[in-house]
Design a protein. Structure first.
Length: 90
């Protein structure tokens, strides 16, 4: 990105460009560690010597917690039935 593009963008656009760069960079590192773990695992003589890609190289996206859904499937279905019954009541 040249300076004219940088200064022509809004602050939000520059943030999105930087996020895109980091996501692409992290995906490349994820690919690298996957290939490295495959090479290591192929050369192992015992299954206990094998490593998972996450244990070979730590990446920033490994520390992100995965969020649980706020509602269960059953709760959603009961709410959907309630909404449908209210809509069909008219």
């Amino acid at each position: 990105m040249n300076p004219n593009e940088f200064w022509g963008n809004t602050f939000k656009e520059n943030i999105l460009v930087s996020e895109s760069f980091f996501i692409k960079n992290n995906l490349e590192w994820e690919h690298t560690r996957f290939v490295a773990s495959m090479i290591h695992n192929v050369n192992c003589s015992k299954k206990s010597q094998m490593v998972k890609p996450e244990n070979l190289i730590q990446l920033p996206q490994d520390k992100v917690k995965k969020l649980k859904p706020k509602t269960t499937k059953e709760e959603f279905e009961s709410y959907a039935k309630l909404v449908n019954s209210k809509l069909n009541k008219k």
